[in-house]
Write a protein that binds this ligand. Structure first.
Ligand code: PAF
Length: 280
């Protein structure tokens, strides 16, 4: 596996490889990222991964400086997983001039976007740049970042990019906690409590499956339960899978999403759920 740092080298290498599958990451890789590489391998195309901590998607008071950077360990993991090419550009290589064009995606201000202004514009902008550089046939993203995946599917559709976007199931620790590069911020006592977000989503999902349709009430009760256990809740929302907006009582294909802080660590998670059809 070659590691390349410039766009020119990347373009030349990708041209030699032909059609590729692409796994964009911000590094500090865990089993969730490696699952994306394995899923890419099953598609039978050469795999390009990127490691780039994108400053554009961090707010001024967020963890850009602290975000873990571990390129050597990432390289070893990608090599072992069968990745063919790693693109690890510097900030100057990705943004040689101020990025004054950017993309403001739909849903940029809802769910996680409400408390992270500019985040999804930063994500969409860097992913479009990476797509233009790599020109992949397939791109793989984890479902843990459900809103990101939804927005990037829209990006590809609306800009007619010839790329198939594939969402891969969240990889979880034994207690159910979704693997995340930010889990490393949790103290031991916080880590012991961290699976509660997933458990809370499961409780909401179970109520939906059992026929509950008062979504606002389910959301409120779930938020209260989490707060009572010391979480600062950003949101618990029940959305329609097709639109990622508030689900109507008659919608059946749903996703329950949550974001909450334990101490200084913001965790997100989600669960797709099918509600029983509405009896008329
Ligand atoms: O999910 C991530 O790691 C990042 O948001 C992405 C898609 C690599 C863009 O920087």
């Amino acid at each position: 596996m070659h590691t390349l740092h410039t766009v020119a080298e990347l373009r030349a290498a990708v041209q030699r490889l032909g059609a590729v599958a692409f796994v964009p990451t911000m590094g500090n890789l865990h089993a969730g990222h490696i699952a994306l590489v394995h899923a890419a391998r099953h598609r039978g195309l050469p795999i390009v991964a990127s490691v780039f901590v994108n400053p554009l998607q961090f707010g001024p008071s967020e963890d850009l400086a602290a975000y873990p950077r571990s390129l050597d360990a990432d390289t070893e993991q990608l090599l072992a997983a069968g990745c063919d090419l790693l693109f690890a550009p510097s900030v100057a290589e990705m943004y040689p001039e101020a990025q004054t064009f950017s993309i403001i995606p739909p849903l940029a201000d809802t769910l996680c976007g409400a408390s992270r202004p500019g985040h999804f514009a930063g994500v969409a902008t860097v992913v479009l740049k990476l797509f233009n550089m790599v020109q992949p046939r397939l791109a793989l993203f984890g479902k843990k970042d459900y809103q990101q995946l939804f927005i990037l599917r829209g990006l590809v559709r609306q800009f007619n990019l010839p790329i198939e976007v594939i969402g891969i199931d969240t990889v979880r620790a034994e207690d159910g906690l979704a693997l995340s590069s930010r889990n490393g911020y949790l103290s031991a006592p916080e880590r012991a409590k961290a699976a509660r977000l997933y458990q809370t989503l499961n409780t909401v999902a179970a109520a939906i499956v059992a026929g509950a349709r008062d979504h606002a009430r389910l959301e409120r009760e779930a938020e209260t339960r989490l707060s009572e256990h010391g979480w600062q809740v950003d949101y618990i929302r029940i959305c329609a899978l097709a639109t990622l907006t508030a689900a109507a009582p008659t919608d059946t294909a749903l996703v329950v999403l949550g974001a909450a802080r334990l101490g200084n660590t913001r965790l997100i998670d989600n669960l797709e759920v099918t509600s029983p059809p509405h009896a008329l």
